[in-house]
Design a protein around this ligand. Sequence first.
Ligand code: NDP
Length: 291
Amino acid sequence: MTDNKIIDGKLIAETIKKEIAAKVADMIDHGQDAPHLAAVLVGEDGASLTYVASKEKACHCVGMISSVYRLSEKASEEEVLNTINFLNNDPEIDGFIVQLPMPKHINETKVIQSINSNKDVDGFTLSNIGLMQLGEPCFLPATPYGIMELLKRSNVEIAGKHIVVVGRSNIVGTPVSVMLSRKGIDATVTMCHSKTENLGEFTRQADILIVAMGQPEHIKADMVKEGAVVIDVGIHRIKDDSEKGYHIVGDVDYKEVYKKVSKITPVPGGVGPMTIVSLLHNTLLAAKKNR
Ligand code: NDP
């Protein structure tokens, strides 16, 4: 039996993948090449390797071409910039991402801002951030776009609602706050951060609570309004005695908060699967825009 309280990100992501796969198949039927997403990976960070591998798998699953440009941990900034310059100019690449974090000797901002904004499917360049702010067509950052899709496809009413976002990072909290408060989406948004005093006073006012704070199970039931919708972005591996040696939790104390809310995303299986799907969506957009 399906639980209507749970916003099933895995299921929604699968539906979107099918929609994207159909569009890719249509392009191929019309004699076009499949969209091509590349990733630049510098070093051997474990989480980054896993994330890039999932992107490759997702690309193949929808019929897109995927390639990874691997550079050693010791690669110089110049080598990274040269790789980006190559991808910026290669007509066969529709869009690409640079996997973060990069080794400390590389200036991430400089690298990200050197990406051609027409291929910036992560939506991290100044041009795409500015267009997002203006509400103009652009590549929206993957996790915030994924959250918007989750809310839309779960029929959560947004206009006029009070949305409290906990976290103000450049990849989640800030862009999702901007996107939700745009004209046409029309939420009233409060953004909280680590210097917010009495966090619970704000979170308890939320009709929709979006938590991207990177603190395991920080949001407890007494911090949430009865009947609220809760979107938990956090992902944490907690060591335990199980065979796997760990289990995954979010920023929200799911078990207790679940009892109070009208809808909630689980971790894993909520926001996570939507992030990669959003990247596929942007790659399809890039292929249509750039060719
Ligand atoms: P960051 O660490 O960049 O930002 C965390 C934000 O939370 C900061 O703005 C910080 O405030 C705020 N914060 C930290 N502690 C508190 C507190 N006690 N009270 C109020 N605010 C607090 O994290 P990200 O945005 O990158 O990621 C957040 C979480 O989401 C992480 O667990 C990450 O792993 C996960 N994530 C999941 C994704 C997915 O696909 N599901 C994608 C991206 C991230 P301040 O600015 O003052 O420091």
